[in-house]
Design a protein around this ligand. Structure first.
Ligand code: ADP
Length: 453
């Protein structure tokens, strides 16, 4: 950059130098031409008076070191007096014959030497013609080649020096600019927009960085909380199992109670399996796309019928009536995951119901979306808990959830699964009225989303 800058400034200096020389030569040439014209004119006037007084005899004295030639022609062109060797009748002579005065210029020879002529017909008898020959200005410069060469070299050197000096001066505040923390007071006006742009970009970067940090901090906190929750949830059944086994090992259980204890151990172990399964499902849902199953066309009404039939025994046990209605509607999705989602929601509607209650599943389309709605007239969810039931391990009533075999992860799986399908969940619930959860799916080709936490 610095060298490039030096080169450009040097080029500019040289350009100005060459242009100046050219311009000076041009102006000098013009000036010389003008001078020559007025000089031949004046000389002609003077020589006419000399001629009127003493004829052509004295004319010879007026030639100026061979630069000026004086010729007197008769009207027919014969030479009556000539100071030079090869007098010629030219344009100036013709014009003088025709109109009394004449003027012309010719250029001759390899040097392009200029001849300036003036001619007059003072007495109607003879034409007096004065000419001056001059070398062009650049030819004069040629005579001064050596000092000129030195001058040019000096100019080149000076230009280089100026270029180096200038580029150093220009670059100094730029090099001194602290990009991390720029200050537009330290720099010249032309650079200010650039510096301000850096300042704005820096601010943007800082803002984005702090946003990212905040995001990381939140994710970290969530991960820690999840790990703590998982440990706690796993510890409870393990502690029970360990306690039962210890009592049995120490022979503190009567023969008749062994089956009961074994049953407790079995149930706690089942709970552990349930928990581990749900945790695995959740972590798979949060993993990248490559770990998700493939999308196919999935018919939602059929899905509800399947879930209902798998849960019919549970429903019957709890004396809850289960029904499916609505129309067939197909969405693009991951079949196994959709089965899991519908199963979980329907399972909850049975688990958190009351004796003699009912669960109604409906499918259809509304506002350009496909939906599965699960309504129950069970215990309902208090308003304060409604915003949190999709969090991991969140349960409105922990002991009740445990009693009915819940892990607190079912709705988290539903939430993540719906996000992967680009869907939405709406919830309506009130204690003792019941709960209505609607799963909304985009119709047609939707783009899958990565789940947020
Ligand atoms: P769980 O395994 O405890 O059922 P979920 O994530 O499936 O966990 O549900 C979280 C909590 O939301 C449940 O513990 C329960 O308190 C509440 N809940 C979910 N569905 C219903 C429902 N249909 N009626 C009443 N409460 C519900």
């Amino acid at each position: 950059m610095k060298h490039e800058l030096t080169r450009r400034i040097f080029t500019a200096c040289m350009l100005v130098f060459v242009l100046t020389i050219g311009l000076v030569l041009f102006v000098m040439e013009r000036y010389q031409e003008k001078q020559a014209r007025s000089e031949v004119q004046e000389q002609t006037e003077d020589l006419i008076s000399v001629m009127e007084e003493s004829g052509t005899e004295l004319l010879g004295q007026f030639t100026d070191a061979g630069q000026m030639e004086i010729t007197v022609f008769a009207k027919d062109g014969t030479v009556r007096f000539a100071s030079g060797s090869a007098p010629e009748t030219g344009e100036a002579f013709q014009d003088a014959l025709a109109g009394g005065t004449g003027r012309s210029e010719t250029w001759e020879g390899p040097l392009h030497r200029r001849f300036t002529y003036a001619a007059q017909l003072p007495n109607g008898q003879s034409v007096i013609q004065v000419s001056i020959k001059q070398d062009p200005v650049w030819a004069l410069l040629l005579n001064m080649a050596t000092p000129l060469l030195v001058l040019v070299l000096l100019m080149v050197l000076l230009s280089m020096l100026i270029a180096a000096q200038f580029s150093m001066k220009i670059m100094k505040p730029i090099n001194a600019l602290d990009v991390e923390n720029p200050d537009d007071r330290d720099i010249y006006d032309e650079m200010k927009p650039f510096v301000r742009q850096i300042m704005t970009q820096n601010q943007q970067i800082y803002r984005q960085m702090s946003e990212l940090k905040e995001e990381h901090r939140k994710q970290d906190a969530m991960r820690r909380e999840f790990t703590a929750n998982v440990s706690h949830e796993l510890k409870t059944p393990l502690t029970s199992i360990s306690g039962f086994a210890e009592i049995m090992r120490d022979g503190m259980v009567q023969e008749k109670d062994i089956a009961h204890f074994a049953d407790n151990i079995y149930h706690e172990a089942q709970r552990l399996i349930l928990l581990v399964n749900d945790i695995l499902k959740l972590s798979r849902l949060e993993a990248d796309g490559s770990q998700q199953e493939e999308r196919t066309s999935v018919e939602l009404f059929g899905l509800c019928r399947e879930a209902a039939s798998r849960l019919s025994l549970n429903a019957a046990k709890q004396d809850v009536a289960l029904s499916c209605e609505g129309e067939q509607v197909t969405v693009s999705g991951m079949r196994r995951l959709l089965e899991e989602i519908v199963y979980n929601v329907c399972d909850n509607a049975i688990k958190y119901n009351r004796e003699g209650g009912s669960v109604r599943m409906t499918t259809g389309t509304e506002d350009g979306m496909a939906f599965v709605r699960v309504q129950d007239n069970g215990i309902g969810i208090p308003l304060a808990d409604q915003g949190r039931i999709f969090e991991r391990f969140y349960r409105v009533n922990k002991s009740h959830s445990k009693e009915v075999g819940g892990t607190g992860l079912g709705l988290s799986i539903v939430k993540h699964g719906m996000l992967l399908h680009g869907g939405e969940i709406t919830l309506k619930s009130a204690p003792d009225w019941g709960t209505e959860i609607t799963l909304w799916f985009p119709l047609g080709t939707e783009t899958p989303q990565t789940p947020a936490n």
